[in-house]
Design a protein around this ligand. Sequence first.
Ligand code: CMP
Length: 719
Amino acid sequence: CEGPCLGPGKWPVCLCISEISLRARGLLIQKKRAFVFCFAESSTKIPKGLKSECLGLFFFPMITKVPSEKILRAGKILRNTILSRAPHMIRDRKYHLKTYRQCCVGTELVDWMMQQSPCVHLRTQAVGMWQVLLEEGVLNHVDQEHHFQDKYLFYRFLDDEREDAPLPTEEEKKECDEELQDTMLLLSQIGPDAHMRMILRKPPGQRTVDDLEFIYEELLHIKALSHLSTTVKRELAGVLIFESHPKAGTVLFNQGEEGTSWYIILKGSVNVVIYGKGVVCTLHEGDDFGKLALVNDAPRAASIVLREDNCHFLRVDKEDFNRILRDVEANTVRLKEHDQDVLVLEKIPAGNRISNQGSSQPQHKYIVMSGTPEKILEHFLETMRLEATLNEATDSVLNDFIMMHCVFMPNSQLCPALMPSQGTEQEKMDYALNNKRRVIRLVLQWAALYGDLLQEDEAAMAFLEVYCIDQTYTTIRVPVSSSVKEVISAVADKLGSGEGLIIVKMSSGGGTAPLPEQEGPSTGTVGTFELMSSKDLAHQMTIYDWELFNCVHELELIYHTFGRHNFKKTTANLDLFLRRFNEIQFWVVTEICLCSQLSKRVQLLKKYIKIAAHCKEYKNLNSFFAIIMGLSNVAVSRLSLTWEKLPSKFKKIYAEFESLMDPSRNHRAYRLTVAKLDPPIIPFMPLLIKDMTFTHEGNKTFTDNLVNFEKMVCIYAQI
Ligand code: CMP
């Protein structure tokens, strides 16, 4: 607010300013009326007793635009033609005891326009053409209150605002005759846009059926909406809002803010700006932006800054967007930076794989299909829900990233990306602080998933120490048997001060448990073996297998699948567990083959089948399969006399077990069985490994610098 009489901060200075400046010529003549118009449009009450002196002060600094020469000329030509062909149209008119000087009637202007040119077929077309003149102040409503309407309302040409407006000379009339058709053509070209703006400025509740039809027709030409159905476009016609901004450099919204609207560019262009990166891309007429925050209920992923003066947008507010568009929006979103794809997102129904069901949750969500490592990280940090607790299911999405990042973004690349960007400016502080909280959250989840393995990585350790300057996170190394006091003193050493330190919680991520090498038996042990019950044996085996299985870190599966040499890491626990499978299998074969007595062999066979049955009961599928595979080994299966002597009850059970191993239809029988089991289970590890290898070898990890994140998610799901 510039005017001293108006009081600071009282006046809306957004849309109405561009309105005023568009009407510059009109203002200079009719200041007060124009002022009234301005507030009427911005729906603010008109202050009573406004002094005319202060209007000047208020207005003059803002007048930046005058009607364009083209439109001024168009107005002159139309006025002169009317004066020469139908002079009665412009005259003094009375309404409610008041006389309005030298004005025309809306309906008559529309009639006249339609008679002048065969290219104007519809009254709405003519309305748009007159609206062009009105928007630039070349034609004005006598009370400055209305946009152009096909009604009994009075409008006056700019030239007639002067009391002594000159009549056109003969020569001028002739010139105007010659130029009339070109003028009509010009106005008919830009008329529809002006008409559209006029309708879109009306509050949605005031749009008529014709208005909605008109908007709908115009929406058919907008690129960003081309994929939408007729029904959706018709619904949009009722809620779209016109928004314009006069100045380049205006920030439409900032990165990190809550998303409230989706935008389509009608005119002009904007820059997409990201902290620490600057301008990453430019969007033009027909492009859209701002839906990510709405669909994912996440903060804005970038700031949007106007690249030129006088940009026009169509805006859909969040509530309408969610109602009309969320579920029908395009399936794929590609984000670009410097003309390169950096993130490809795909829409999936929420609750499918991401377990955040519940009626208040969005119906759909965009998930990452591929992207550059840095952009994927940026996306996860941005969409992270800080308010959720660490073990809430929503974070499983982040786990995909944390677990799999070693494949496409080694710690030496991840850690620098997590560091706060240098040279933080004051205006970014909020964002940076928020971001820091997100990084800490990620690091906590990282530490929880990796456990002790994180300590083996130099890059990660160095990073965690740097981050502790903030005193938000620190890592120390102490023996497992340390007392509370010892832990505190180690932390105090690290932080340089022990004041106020208390231990809140201690927990262990579980370590690796190297086991002594197991020698396979060289002589049959059937004698002692007979003394033990099958159930006890299966139980002991399961306890042992569980311990081994539990020690296998998820990362080992990743290293194994993607090739351990790529990571320079060992997979000792996984190797042990896999060896255990072979061990059991060969133990079964060895015991049976080392037993020379037929009757004892039959007993052994029965025993193994029983053990297998108990293993299955204990959900130890690894040993179950190892035993069955041992029994089906040719060295055993060829012992036809032994099998003949096996009681038919056992034959039946064995046949049933064997059918579970049937590899047809991708081990369907096994998968169905496992699907019915509640965890914890010890899975048939070789099949899991086969599945992961299959996924790995059948899908590229990178395509054109973009990480195939869908593959990562797929493999992590198997893990
Ligand atoms: P949203 O996060 O709602 O707000 C910023 C918008 O910028 C974002 O949605 C996208 O529509 C758009 N955008 C375009 N390119 C990028 C990019 N490379 N990174 C982030 N956002 C982008």
